[in-house]
Structure formats: C-alpha cells, structure tokens
Design a protein around this ligand. Sequence first.
Ligand SMILES: CC(C)(COP(=O)(O)OP(=O)(O)OC[C@H]1O[C@@H](n2cnc3c(N)ncnc32)[C@H](O)[C@@H]1OP(=O)(O)O)[C@@H](O)C(=O)NCCC(=O)NCCS
Length: 273
Amino acid sequence: MAATEPIDILKLGIGDAEAGLVLSAEAGWNQNVADWRYFLSHGVVYGVRDRDRLVATAALLPYSAGNAWISMVLVTADFRRRGIATRLIDACLGAAVQRNLTTWLDATPAGATVYGPLGFTPTLELRRLRLLQPNGAEAPQACSGSVDALITRDTGAIGFERNSLLSEFAARADSRIVSNRRAVALVRSGRTARHIGPILADGTDEALVLVNAIIHAESGPWLIDAVHSRSEFLDGLVGSGWNIERPFQRMRFGRQTTSPTQLPFAVAGPEFG
Ligand SMILES: CC(C)(COP(=O)(O)OP(=O)(O)OC[C@H]1O[C@@H](n2cnc3c(N)ncnc32)[C@H](O)[C@@H]1OP(=O)(O)O)[C@@H](O)C(=O)NCCC(=O)NCCS
C-alpha cells in the first residue's frame, strides 16, 4: 500500500488474533492471544491490511449502561503518520454513535495526540508500574477471592458492570482472584508479565498488603496500572521497588454516563479500562 493509496478499513474476525498479537508485540505491549480473542469475539475490531499483512487495528468493546472502551489502536511503524489511526478511531466512533455509546479509552502519550483533536476529553490519569522481583520481607498469604465479589466491587469503581470481561479473565487457567480483608484483586497472565488489576480496597494499607501477598506467592515480572490520584498507594509501590514506566490519560467521548462510588487503586488495564 503506497502512502497515497486510499485506506481500506476492514472488520476483523477471530482468525485475526495471531496477526493482532504481532502488532501489539511490536509496540512492546503485554496483551496475549486470549486478550485478542476477547476483543475479536466480544467487540468490533477494525483493521487495515497491506496485501496479506495486518498493519493497523482499533477495537470498540461495548460494556453496559451505554459505555464502551476503545483500545488496541496500533499502526505498524512504517505505516504511521498517514492518518490510519484517525480513520480507525473514526470507524470505532461511528459504530459507537450508531449504538448510542459513550466511549472511553486510556491513551498513551502518542495516542493522546491523535484523540485530543477528535474531541476526546481527559478524565483521570494512570501510571503503569513494573516490578521484576519482590525485594521486601515475606508477606502473609492472601485468600482466594470470588468472581462475584470482584464484579460487585468493580461495578462500584467503574460505574457500570462488566461481568462478561471479569468472568472470562477469572476463567483463564493462569488467572487468580485474591482477597485480603476488604481488598480484592485480579491477577492474570500477559505476553511478558503478570498483570495485577483491578485492585479494589477500602484503604491504601490493605491494597499494598494485597499486592505484597501476590508478588510473594508467584513469579513475576508484574505490571500494575495505578490510579494516579491514589498517591499514597503509588508512593508505597515505588518505595518497595516498583518502577513507574509511563503515564496513561483516561479520556471520554460523549456524554457523562457513570457515577462511580469509589475509585479503584488500579484498573484492569489500559486496553480494558
Ligand atoms: C499512536 C499511533 C496509533 C498513531 O497512528 P498514526 O496512524 O500514525 O496516526 P495518524 O496518522 O492518524 O495521526 C493523526 C495525528 O496525530 C498526531 N500524531 C500521531 N502520531 C504522532 C507522534 N508520534 N508525535 C506527534 N504527533 C502525532 C499528529 O497530529 C497526526 O497528524 P499529522 O500526521 O497530520 O501531523 C501509532 O503511532 C502507534 O501505533 N503507536 C504505538 C502504539 C500506541 O501508542 N497506540 C496508541 C494507544 S492509546
């Protein structure tokens, strides 16, 4: 496809999971093939091909109560700055408007340069943290938690239910739901690291104790996408060896639809919200 050729936007199917993974791996992202299958089977995923090669994607993942997430906005390096991401987001927004959905996304700094001019407005900020090895003292064990408790807390934190997503995560062989007093978290595998989130708790200490229990019970590396305004939680993680890798900016397109009751300490991932 030459730079001047028109861009043909296609709807992708479940058979595109491996090709999608090539794109997200190129960007150094943590999604695995199970994540791609989830997007392709529960969302609307648009893509651009150059002959047989998938060179760009964007996904719209409808949730509930008039909300949807946009994610997996990826353009392979040699096809960037031709307006492809803009066209793919337009396709996602068109599908969202047809269904009367407010769309949300968690933007990388590069992504935010594309979404701002399209009319997305910033909401909360996240910080991606990574830990290679625990360096503190052994932690008390956490109990295993229930998917129902996770869903109930998550609904309060995000402002709408996403039972299908959390149940699918929980059903994966290498996922765990862990809980400790009034804190609960989901741990799942990614391409290169275990992802801890959402983390839902009444207090910072409970959230930090839960993270500590998780990292002492299994092998890393681990990622957490922490809510930036949970500053004591972030400070606690950094103080115990976690490194801040990059920011994400949550953005919304469309009317305000949610009234969450309690902020999470960490989210399910920028691709899922
Ligand atoms: C971010 C990304 C999707 C942009 O794809 P793209 O097809 O190059 O984007 P577009 O051509 O539609 O860019 C539209 C506008 O956004 C801005 N923009 C895009 N990439 C930019 C960059 N690297 N630096 C500054 N501005 C940028 C520009 O204003 C651009 O318009 P212009 O080219 O006329 O100046 C692509 O760089 C990418 O895949 N990056 C790695 C993965 C990633 O971060 N994805 C976003 C997840 S939220």
